[in-house]
Ligand binder design. Sequence first.
Ligand code: GDP
Length: 366
Amino acid sequence: MQSPDSHHEIRPIVIGTAGHIDHGKSTLVRALTGVDPDRLKEERERGLTIDLGFAPLELSDGRHVGLVDVPGHERFIRNMVAGATGVDLVVLVVAADDGVMPQTREHLSILEMVGVNRGMVALTKIDMVDEELVELAEEDVRELVEGTFLEGAPVQRVSAHTGEGLDEIKALLEELALAVEPRSAEGVFRMPIQRVFSLKGFGTVVTGIPGSGSVRVGEQVEILPGGKLAKVRGLQAYGETTDIVRAGHSSALNLTDVDHKRLSRGAVIATPGYFRPISMVAARLTALPSLGRPITNRMTVRLHTGTHDARGELVLLDRDEIPPGEEGLVQVRLEEPVVSAPGDRFVLRLLSPVMTLGGGVVLEES
Ligand code: GDP
């Protein structure tokens, strides 16, 4: 095991990427860290790594922060909600030759909805266009981020091909990372499960990012829904063995008394006795500003919260419809129970045609 001040320590800070497809997110992660996000994905699929696929970025003092790249629009949305409590900073990637695109807008709205509040913009592919177009793209970006958490945030021009701007991005990320307050591990332990598998000689392993609290080796946890109890036999945080995992850390729990076949992504591991699954969720919902239509009563929707998504019916409580960019009080009547608590962030999508409607905060359960 590494000592806490070892230069190998992964600072418990996670940087996520966002932005339109093909704007250079994976290429940027690779250029900054030397690690290919696609390789991490493969390793994860083959079970070679049990963390969430972080590419470590070395800070100037030798410490590392984790850079996570989530390829694909659908996966981005699911993972953003799942990792909402785990992503401390975001790099919004906009290609200089393309400018702000629909998914750039949607990702930014989703980041706001899940509560990410710090980050920067990388204006990529500047080697492909002339100065004038870079200027235009930058103006586009400044307009986009107005009124959002990225207003006034650094916009750095970069080319992964020539290397221009890479050092500046590293320096900016370092500055931003050092300013992130350590996350509190107060409160009751709760971790939505991202992955479940069985490891030879160990048994059931679940991974995820705890949203609150901490858990130690030897403690008992409850698995929801279902309420089955299990014991924590071993723990890892960021791929290293440890005797405690806490809110915000990428964690793996080795559990006894439970068959991995009975567990799945979407379930929740928690301190016993505190949470119960619910089917009616009251919430404050904000419609995406870029939505092409109002949100109307009785829409069939999918509620994404934690690592789970559940189908249900949307009931508007205080108005007939919610126009783009506006908010309202709603109730989501779910077909299957979810584990959520007041203050949880969620994203709401229309079932058909599939589109993101908006998101917000859970107010209460009934
Ligand atoms: P992602 O979908 O946002 O992850 O985009 P990728 O990282 O896969 O990049 C999409 C394409 O753009 C690839 O062919 C990259 O080689 C190319 N690309 C990415 N960054 C740059 C850059 O700075 N300059 C140039 N010329 N091409 C780039």
